[in-house]
Design a protein around this ligand. Structure first.
Ligand code: PMP
Length: 402
């Protein structure tokens, strides 16, 4: 009946997606790497749009949120609160210590994108933003202007003006800075929704260097890639880039609370330092999300060695899978715990997605490139969980005609 309510009051299409486990059961309880369904079955969660990096309800995050819930002041906007202070401090100590010292907190990824774009425009007095073809930065009207996929933009133009998309190609960089002066460049080190496409490090370096030379800010959207999803704390700093801001979201709240962040240099943050009220939202810095974030950052570091091992097991397993199903699987790309499996057709990818759901493996489609399925093992998955997921994928690939 839960699905009936979703069909009636939310969307028939979503009811279909949620019913993808084959029995019409709904998700009832999360536990570690698994989601338990209302019919008693359980599914491995290698999806959840990169939110459940720490798995479901990580005990350290749940305990931190519980503690905060017991104490949490509701007049936090006026008096400040210790949880928000702790998360701001923890992020500044963690991201790129001594360089990215300023923090703005939001609730979702698009919030962080909006805040960063406003800061870049205010700090430079310039309007133009360079983004990358294939990019996904969210669906609020400002973030959407930097998102590439036409499907989301249809009937909505004009969006935020001044955003240009360039191909992820070194040759495209010099031409991008002609004309009106550029406030910022914005990129995902690995395009997640765009098909798990790691951008060429030479392109990213050229883009960042050109931005510096032009006095434009460099903003790395690490909503999906950050927090060791790809191995290093941040993909951008892992590549040797020195962004003026990194954007975090999704897993920052440990999959328990919604919280996002812009972690920035004082130069980019200057407009907010001068007047913190030029960009606010009611729940910015909410104590529950902040408490979750502090705990999540700690757990991410504790589990880093585990993540490296899991990345090896899973990555090599996927490479074998690609060989075994060469006609059906046309590419496997990724790093760390962010992997994309590309299928010969969208229909095949869709069938594999549905069948995996029925057999108990949750994966995410790529919103901008549905022929690619995204596999996102959580840091708490065991080697056996990874092998189980690979075996399910192998079995389903064998069952789907190519
Ligand atoms: N940036 C990136 C790189 C993302 O992957 C996403 C979400 N898929 C967003 C921004 C937007 O985040 P949200 O959906 O939380 O607004």
């Amino acid at each position: 009946e839960a699905l009936t309510a979703i069909r009636r009051h939310v969307s028939p299409q979503l009811a279909l997606v949620y019913g993808m486990n084959g029995s019409g059961a709904v998700e009832a309880r999360g536990e570690g790497a698994r989601i338990h369904l209302s019919d008693g079955r359980a599914a491995l969660d290698f999806g959840s749009y990169a939110v459940t990096l720490l798995g479901q309800r990580h005990p350290a995050v749940v305990a931190a949120v519980r503690d905060e819930l017991d104490a949490m002041p509701v007049s936090s906007r006026v008096l400040g609160n210790r949880a928000t202070a702790a998360l701001a401090g923890a992020l500044a100590d963690w991201a790129d210590p001594g360089r990215l010292t300023k923090v703005w907190l939001g609730l979702n990824g698009a919030d962080a994108v909006e805040a960063a774009l406003k800061l870049a425009r205010r700090a430079t007095g310039r309007r133009r933003v360079i983004a990358v073809e294939g990019a996904y930065h969210g669906k609020s009207l400002g973030a959407l202007a930097a998102t590439w996929n036409a499907r989301y933009r249809e009937s909505l133009e004009p969006l935020l003006g001044g955003v240009t998309h360039i191909p992820a190609d070194v040759c495209a960089v010099p031409g991008a800075f002609g004309g009106e002066e550029v406030a910022a460049v914005l990129f995902e080190p690995v395009q997640g929704e765009g098909g798990v496409l790691p951008l060429d490090p030479a392109f990213l370096k050229a883009l960042a260097d050109a931005a510096r030379a032009h006095g434009a800010f460099v903003i790395a959207d690490e909503v999906q890639t950050g927090l060791r999803r790809c191995g290093p704390r941040l993909s951008s700093t892992g590549l040797g880039l020195e962004p003026d801001a990194v954007l975090l979201g999704k897993a920052l709240g440990g999959g328990v609370q919604p919280v996002s962040a812009v972690v920035a240099t004082p130069e980019l943050y200057a407009p907010l330092a001068a007047d913190p009220f030029v960009h606010t939202t009611t729940f910015s810095g909410h104590p529950l999300g902040a408490a979750a974030g502090v705990a999540a950052l700690r757990v991410v570091e504790e589990l880093a060695p585990r993540g490296a091992r899991l990345a090896e097991v899973f990555g090599s397993g996927l490479a074998r899978l690609a060989e075994r199903h060469a006609g059906l699987v046309t590419a496997v790309r990724g790093q760390g715990l962010l992997w994309g499996v590309e299928f010969a057709t969208r229909a095949a990818a869709g069938e594999v997605l549905m069948e995996l759901g029925r057999r108990g493996l949750v994966v995410s489609p790529c919103l901008g490139r549905p022929e690619v399925l995204r596999l996102l093992p959580p840091l708490v998955a065991t080697d056996e969980d990874a092998e189980e997921a690979l075996a399910l994928l192998d079995a389903v690939c064998s069952a789907v005609p190519d």
